[in-house]
Design a protein around this ligand. Sequence first.
Ligand code: FMN
Length: 188
Amino acid sequence: MTVSFDELAELIRSRRSSMFVDNTREVPTGIVEQLCELAQWAPNHKRTWPWRFALFTGAGRDRLGAAFVADMVDRDFGDQGKRAKTVTKYSRTPAVLVIGAAADDNPSRHDENRDAVAAGIQNLLLGATTLGLATYWGTAPLIDSPRVLALCGFATDVRIINVMYLGWSRDEPETPVRPPLDLHLIDA
Ligand SMILES: Cc1cc2nc3c(=O)[nH]c(=O)nc-3n(C[C@H](O)[C@H](O)[C@H](O)COP(=O)(O)O)c2cc1C
């Protein structure tokens, strides 16, 4: 191993959810590809390879917001304020990465796929942190938005786990204090 425990611990602790980005500086697609590739090294049960990615930049970000809002209207979900915010909010960072989890007929594997995607997302977040990229994990307004799934090129039963904001960091947010460790020891 080339990374010490202390170095890894420092990296993990320094990762922050942040939207303080330089919105004039693009995030090269090649870098996002490398980060997504890191995500795929997370463990996944039965090798279902559940990670799905779609990158939105430029005017694509507005199409993402419009697609969510059209489905929010169809489903009668969210008030006027929430819909208005959703139209524009994906332009807050130069890149937005939608990350989905493949579905599975087996309910337990279906949940495990989601867990594997969450584990992969942490890989991605840590990789981004090493590069000076700010990241922010956003929950989708609708995790099964048909229009967004189609726009992403995902299967219709994929669950949207994360709408991740990405951009070059220009400031550090405050670090939320972590609670004391909740570890129970049972040794007899
Ligand atoms: C599953 C998940 C969903 C999240 N969804 C949102 C969200 O919709 N909006 C938001 O502001 N933050 C969201 N977050 C980010 C948390 O607010 C953030 O991780 C938390 O405040 C701790 O800050 P830190 O990541 O800098 O340690 C989400 C995080 C996770 C793990």
